[in-house]
Design a binder for this molecule. Structure first.
Ligand code: PLP
Length: 400
């Protein structure tokens, strides 16, 4: 497969090579087809694009800076490091890029009610925020365990007028919250749009979310060319479902000189149920609407996962990443909880920037790679979010 074909994906049925597709109950086939039709119409409509650009700029705070991390660069003594500052966006992470795109689509489709799933609460907060801004009813599904772990975000969503449904099935975390959101969607599809939060799920979600997030890479490409008059050598991003990573990577896929590194959650190490690194021991399977790499046992039962960062703690990875890994276009590695916590503190002290624990995984891997790169080489780390939400949790783990 040529590199240029890489960025032309997925095919018309949402397949990225052997991954992706649409694996849902009969009742969801029609709504997904309708969503696909409406999305591609909107994408091609200059008026929709203009409206999206307007709100991304005026409400979300785009473009975000591409910041030269001078002290971090000096300390590591290798590649020149830039940070793409998605942490500076309204609500504190890249999630709002996608939430804004999808709510504009929902309005265009005449929907009056918004639902979403959330794990850490970041996508829930972004969705509650855009729902409040446009005056749409909003219901957020969240596992009971996550509600307890992320009580501040639960309150934040309630302040924004959202109804929170605490899900008590199974492990009571993200996977169960997605199941409940899908059940709601089947029942209320006439009035309701489901804003899925990452580059995952049944077609058209992975391609749609990627396209709403590609603004990260489009901006970064323009900015690095302005600052350095050349393309970067390495892009680094953390990978949960994969939306911030694919958002940064996608506009560079055809630039063969640009290497890319996706960083998964290594948790307490690569032992069953102690991590969420799907490319370390995962295998082909179907989960929640799509075919991809999944952490499952020999009977196809989904395994429990663990990460210090709730946003990376999911048993499956977006189908486009699975495919880019097969093509060896993107390398995938992992950072452990411990490495992420160290990177969290180190970036705070060196740059005065407290990164999200998710983003800290990318920072940890970048810190490992940078010293072996030349001083004339350029690296961009996607700082997908800010760490305010994680401070209390880090305080229980790191004594200062
Ligand atoms: C949700 C989240 C992630 C993980 O999701 P992706 O879809 O893989 O980007 C990463 N960073 C932050 C700050 C998040 O909130």
């Amino acid at each position: 497969m040529s590199v240029s074909a890489t960025s032309a994906m997925p095919d018309a049925r949402g397949h990225f090579g052997p991954y992706g597709g649409r694996f849902v109950p009969e009742t969801l086939m029609h709504p997904l087809q309708q969503l696909e039709d409406e999305y591609f119409k909107a994408q091609a409509d200059p008026q929709f694009q203009q409206e999206l650009q307007y709100y991304l700029r005026e409400f979300c705070g785009r473009p975000t800076p591409l910041y030269y991390a001078e002290r971090l660069t000096r300390e590591l003594g290798g590649a020149k490091i830039y940070l793409k500052r998605e942490d500076l966006l309204h609500t504190g992470a890249h999630k709002i890029n996608n939430a804004m795109g999808q709510i504009l689509l929902a309005r265009r489709m005449g929907k009056t009610r918004i639902i979403a799933e959330t794990g850490a609460g970041q996508h829930g907060v972004a969705t509650a925020t855009v729902s409040a801004m446009f005056g749409l009813k909003c219901v957020i599904y969240m596992g009971e365990v996550d509600c307890a772990r992320q009580a501040l975000n639960v309150y934040r969503m309630k302040m924004l007028g959202a109804e929170i449904v605490s899900v008590t099935a199974g492990q009571k975390t993200l996977k169960e919250a997605v199941n409940e959101a899908m059940r709601d969607w089947v029942t209320n599809v006439r009035s309701t749009h489901y804003i899925l939060g990452t580059a995952y799920g049944a077609h058209p979600y992975p391609v749609m979310v990627r396209n709403f997030q590609r603004i990260i890479g489009d901006e970064a490409r323009r900015q690095i060319l302005e600052k350095e008059q050349r393309l970067p050598d390495l892009l680094v991003a953390c990978v949960g479902g994969g939306s911030n990573a694919i958002g940064l990577f996608y506009p560079f896929l055809e630039d063969a000189s640009v290497k890319m590194l996706g960083v998964e959650a290594g948790g307490e190490g690569i032992k069953p149920e102690k991590h969420a690194a799907r490319f370390q021991g995962g295998s082909l399977g179907v989960l929640q609407g799509t075919q991809s790499y999944i952490l499952q046992d020999e009977n196809g039962q989904i395994q429990s996962t663990h990460s210090v960062s709730a946003g990376l703690d999911y048993a499956a990875v977006g189908p486009e990443h699975a495919w880019l890994r097969d093509l060896q276009r993107v390398d995938y590695t992992y950072a452990t909880d411990e490495q992420a916590l160290q990177a969290f503190i180190r970036l705070a002290r060196l740059e005065g920037i407290i990164p999200a624990l998710e983003s800290s995984h990318a920072v940890a891997a970048a810190m490992e790679r940078a010293p072996s790169m030349g001083r004339d080489q350029l690296m961009i780390i996607n700082l997908s979010g800010r760490g305010d939400k994680d401070v209390a949790q880090v305080a229980t783990r790191v004594a200062l």
